[in-house]
Design a protein around this ligand. Sequence first.
Ligand code: ARG
Length: 459
Amino acid sequence: MKETMWAGRFQKQLDSEVNDFNSSISFDARMYKQDIAGSLAHVAMLAKAKILTDAECAMISEALGGILQDIESGALPFDPVAEDIHMFVEAELTARIGDVGKKLHTARSRNDQVAIDTRLYLMEAADTIIAETETLLETVLKQAEQYADTIMPGYTHLQRAQPVTFGYHLMAYANMFERDLRRLRFCRESAAVSPLGSCALAGTTYPTDRFMTAAALHCSGPCENAMDGVSDRDFVIELAAAIAMLMMHLSRFSEEIILWCSWEFRFIELDDAYSTGSSIMPQKKNPDIPELVRGKTGRAYGNLVTLLTVMKGLPLAYNKDMQEDKEAIFDSIDTVLQCLHIFTPMLSTMRVRAENMRAAAANGFINATDCADYLVGKGLPFRAAYKVTGSLVARCIGDGKTLETLPLAVYREYSPLFEEDVFAAIDMAACVEKRTSFGATSPVKVREQIALMKARLGK
Ligand code: ARG
């Protein structure tokens, strides 16, 4: 085994099982680009502040560039025995340029290094998740437009409640995803603060310029308290929370897609490319993909709870417990990206069976509220109108009729206020078109919602 960085203080080598337990390279190696970017910014600052010479800076920078290239080409494999990515890069640097390499770690600590690396990684990840969520939102908006007039039952308690349009239902999801985008952008901003130069916990005696490194790394500035800089993982938890919420929305959407695919609903059919068959039942077309998205939401929640629990009760400043943040947040990032990547095309290729939506809307007495409103329009108090309509529904069920097919004579047995125009009042399309309050389901209002959102998104 190679000599450890802290060999001066110790008489014995680390036990190899302990080394494995302690090492994070198996999962933090993915931050190699960010680690090298942080080191390049740091060394340029050290030269500008005359802590290192320009020649030393040039040597270190060039060697770091070479290491980056070699990692990317595969010429330099990660050493599984290295403690972490920071130690790996530094050891490689020293192996390549000797003692000058040892000067890189002046005026910094691994504690600020791991914090800046994680922040840079999360900034990039947030950008990717934002882009994928924008694509999803555009797809939902396009479909909402397409189905702005498609009547379906709206549900509460999973019981048919009132007629809505499919476009309206989709716009509810568009609003969720728009809020997700807002949260993700906040996370991006929250991550873009630089802890580099915080050093171990107390800052440094060297004349460093933390504003310079912050700017070079595209951060809004350096964190204002160095102890907070190395102790803070709020930005990790914030992103995990935003992802958990986005996954919750995907999971609710998935659940509805699963229901809508069932033969009980048959509102939609997923494309063959996004469905699976059964190993023994030839008739089956299973919605495995939305089921997996729903299932994977559990991981995202678990990761959030992991992170909150790891940080709970940790004294300031750095503690090794914090190394546990990476697997959790990386898993959340990987999971949500995988889900978004599959969910969007699954949605854009699904077949909508408007005729089945319409038929379901016709059979659930979902125009009963409109029937009661009709009586209110004729002067009956709402509660009385509600009771009359309830009795009519019971009668329909007994007679095997719907409100549309019940004869006017029967209506009049329950109230003399009913006239021929009741049929126009309870017509399904009319029921939808009349709901014109702000944010309501009428096609005009759905198109208004789409236009408002598009304007906000600059589309
Ligand atoms: N591998 C560590 C982590 O992920 C890096 C920082 C270690 N610092 C230390 N003093 N042990 O958190």
